[in-house]
Write a new protein. Structure first.
Length: 318
């Protein structure tokens, strides 16, 4: 039987080693097909957003070290960590994974080996420890690839986990973190910095684009809409919102995403009651009036092929 390291190398080779793999890695998750330069944007004196490498990353500057929220793509980990060192030369002491997807945990092994403590929801540890087969992620590919991600080497697996959430302090920043079950995946967490009034949503929000819905691991469109509703109650109208993908968001952006998701959910629920197949749903173009606003970079067909089966998957899980 192949070893865990062999499985992981085979997955990454398939994922990163072809034009199809690069398309999945970047454009499917809201990145440009050609990787952008990693850009640093100061949110406050102690919080810096790094964008352009997988999911959006926030660096928290403490007195004698750094905390990172998410770790980008595996094949750009060196670029990301160089950008982190340009922000501040101190060592990364804590890495917080908002969920398990490969475009958010790409620096886990490197930082874990250097001694950083990795924190995540218990379901994230489960996924990264055992590996994941995700049909949902495979629908974003134009040719068949290995659907399996992981497992990571032990150093890259979270060493501290939680179930519902908690509070912590890093440097001068107070942090509140909360698990949202069954939304984008079954392990999503958002983090709120009350003093800085900054909210990092992870992939609970894809700003100004159709989201990825990983129905293979608990995600569903109704949960994504409910997550937006819950996030609207965090902070105030001046809160800076860092989405998992896309530009910095406002509460108005959150409301727009919630409304879009509710609208699509209602339409798909009606089609589900009629017994429509996934192909029939796609061909009927139920999001045609929404596609100009939400249909880039993720094509509407790809979104529907995740959103529609998420309804049935959710019913089976609950």
């Amino acid at each position: 039987m192949p070893s865990s390291d062999t499985n992981r190398r085979e997955f990454l080779r398939a994922l990163m080693g072809s034009a199809v793999g690069m398309s999945l890695t970047h454009s499917a998750f809201g990145q440009a097909a050609t990787p952008d330069a990693i850009k640093a944007t100061k949110l406050t004196e102690r919080l810096v957003l790094l964008s352009g490498d997988g999911g959006n990353v926030v660096v928290v500057i403490g007195g004698d070290g750094l905390m990172m929220i998410d770790g980008g793509l595996p094949n750009r980990s060196a670029d990301l960590l160089k950008a982190v060192s340009d922000v501040d030369s101190h060592k990364v002491r804590i890495l917080f994974d908002t969920h398990w997807h490969f475009d958010h945990v790409g620096s886990n092994e490197t930082l874990g080996k250097s001694g950083a403590k990795i924190i995540a929801h218990e379901n994230v540890k489960k996924r990264l420890s055992t590996g994941v087969v995700s049909e949902a992620l495979n629908v974003m590919q134009s040719a068949p690839l290995d659907r399996r991600q992981g497992p990571l080497q032990p150093e890259g697996v979270p060493s501290e986990t939680f179930t519902k959430g908690g509070k912590m302090t890093f440097g001068n920043e107070k942090i509140e973190y909360t698990h949202i079950p069954l939304a984008h995946t079954d392990g999503d967490t958002y983090l709120f910095f009350p003093n800085a009034n900054v909210l990092h949503t992870g992939d609970l929000l894809f700003n100004r684009m159709y989201p990825v819905i990983d129905y293979s691991t608990g995600g569903w469109i109704g949960g994504m809409a409910a997550a937006c509703e819950r996030l609207l109650k965090v902070g105030d109208d001046k809160t800076q919102i860092v989405p998992g993908h896309g530009p910095i968001a406002s509460k108005e952006d959150l409301r727009a995403s919630r409304d879009m998701l509710h609208t699509v959910q209602e339409r798909l629920e009606a089609m589900s009651k009629q017994g429509k197949s996934r192909d029939e749903v796609v061909s009927s173009q139920p999001t045609k009036d929404l596609d100009d606003k939400w249909g880039k970079p993720r094509p509407p067909e790809v979104f529907l092929r995740m959103a529609y089966p998420s309804l049935a998957a959710h019913k089976q899980q609950t």
